[in-house]
Ligand binder design. Structure first.
Ligand code: 5AD
Ligand code: SF4
Length: 470
């Protein structure tokens, strides 16, 4: 493969990312893999030679979006070809993993399908696709359409990826754990991302140092089950997430550490204590509970009860009273009756969440939930979701309002929509908008929080001095 196009310009890749933060991280890593091949990032598909869709399979709506996007890309490819140029189309992520064969069957314009464990092989796959299309251009009739790699290879992709470069405005993601062995009955992740795998401590530490050297003051540790982390330590023993966080807290210049997504069963005592002892660990925890009904939790195979979650919340707040709690909820899981839904509403009232994500149950082929009796009608799901979201929105507003009048350190992430406006995050992951200099982007400054809205706060820089990024 050459690193320049026929017209002498560099090759451009446009990456569209759907779904979770793991995908955001993976998209950055795919850009890292493509960079040595001469690819630079394009801002829009129209400017790109390669369009890469990094897809999400978690709910039906998310996967269907991929096929409509592919239809549009096929049209763009045909138009390009009519002008004597080409457009390469690649599909990555969880839809690629789950429906690879179907993608190439439904959309022959797709050149490459690559599953989440095979991103380090992208260069070979693109080269193979290029060879295939060159043969086709030469008039050869070839079976099948795109080049497909959805293996779960024995070696870890992390051992083959180049050094990361994904630091944005002082903040970076770092994937420490992938896959899931929990098999919640609604969830495709154990099938699309495979078995749980934790990266060794040394690899994570090295990547964290690289990110901090590249300007990161905040690192968010990622994993589908991040608090199930059990990486190999330098002496061959097993290191937990709490141990890892303690290690990373030693890195000079790393001011904020976050982690997501956690499972209630894996919130061990050491991790709870880390929230008390480690100042760099931000007072925010995303801890999905999914439902407040023991009956539904059992049917979901969550392997914990409502009480366990409530006790965890008490213990966490016991060590870190200002902890902002966030969660995920699913309404309308098969068999969910009014009483079960009321249990969920009562749990929410009891806990008081700072933020949350909530979804209607989406039936995913191949998961045990899809076969369960008692599927809930769409209208019931919609009514429950809006009641739950109204309650969660009231709680989020109340949490934001509780911070008005205080001063908080804000890490500025980007320019706001209005000229002169910048946007950042508090330790509790609230968005703060204010008038301020663009030089603050990527840095932390103390901000007086002046006004609360449903999803954000307004503020003003408190004093002239601010802490510069290390
Ligand atoms: N339907 C609806 N929501 C789902 N989630 C996962 N699978 C499904 C599904 N089949 C939600 C869960 C999970 C979040 C990432 O997505 O709440 O925590
Ligand atoms: Fe899916 Fe459950 Fe695993 Fe989370 S813990 S990724 S919801 S199977």
């Amino acid at each position: 493969m050459t690193d320049v196009r026929d017209d002498g310009q560099r090759k451009r890749v446009f990456i569209r990312t759907y779904g979770c933060q793991m995908n955001v991280y993976d998209s950055d890593r795919m850009a890292d893999v493509l960079r040595p091949l001469g690819y630079v990032l394009a801002d829009a598909p129209e400017q790109a030679d390669l369009v890469l869709l990094n897809t999400c399979h978690i709910r039906e709506h998310a996967s269907e979006k991929v096929y409509s996007e592919l239809g549009r890309l096929r049209d763009a490819k045909n138009e390009r070809r009519a002008k004597g140029r080409d457009l390469t189309i690649a599909v990555a992520g969880c839809v690629a993993q789950a429906e690879g064969e179907e993608i190439v069957r439904r959309q022959p314009a797709v050149d490459v399908v690559v599953g989440p464990q095979a991103y380090h092989r992208l260069p070979e796959l693109l080269a193979a696709a290029e060879r295939k299309s060159a043969l086709r251009r030469a008039g050869k009739r070839l079976p099948g359409a795109g080049v497909l790699d959805t293996d779960f290879p024995a070696e870890s992709k992390f051992d083959h990826l180049p050094a990361p470069s994904g630091v944005r405005a002082g903040s970076a993601f770092l994937s420490i754990q992938e896959g899931c062995d929990k098999f919640c009955t609604f969830c495709v992740v154990p099938y699309t991302r495979g078995a749980e795998y934790s990266r060794p401590l040394a690899a994570v530490r090295a990547e964290a140092h690289t990110l901090v050297a590249a300007g990161a003051v905040e690192i968010t540790l990622l994993g589908q089950n991040v608090n199930a982390y059990h990486g190999e330590a330098d002496d061959g023993s097993i290191c937990s997430l709490a141990g890892l966080i303690r290690e990373l807290a030693e890195i000079d210049g790393l001011i904020r550490i976050r982690y997501t997504t956690s499972h209630p069963r894996d919130m061990d005592a050491a991790l709870i204590e880390a929230h008390r002892d480690i100042p760099q660990l931000m007072p925010y925890l995303h801890l999905p509970v999914q439902s407040g009904s023991d009956r539904i939790l059992e049917a979901m195979n969550r392997r914990h009860r409502r009480d366990h979650f409530l006790r965890l919340v008490d213990r966490l707040r016991g060590v870190r009273p200002d902890l902002a709690l966030s969660s995920d909820f699913i309404v309308g899981f098969p068999g969910e009756g009014d009483v079960d839904f009321d249990d969920t509403m009562r749990l929410v009232e009891q806990v008081g969440f700072a933020s949350a994500f909530s979804f209607k149950y989406s039936r995913r082929p191949g998961t045990p939930g899809a076969m369960l009796p008692g599927q809930v009608p769409e209208s019931v799901k919609a009514a429950r979701l809006s009641a739950l979201q109204a309650l969660l929105a009231r709680q989020a507003s109340a949490f934001n309002a509780s911070k008005v009048g205080t001063v908080a350190p804000v890490l500025f992430a980007e320019a706001g929509r209005r000229p002169g406006q910048i946007v950042g995050k508090t330790p509790w992951l609230q968005s703060v908008y204010l008038e301020g200099p663009a030089e603050l982007i990527g840095r932390i400054a103390d901000v007086r929080l002046t006004e609360a809205h449903a999803n954000s706060l307004a503020g003003e820089i408190a004093g002239r001095h601010y802490e510069a990024a290390a």
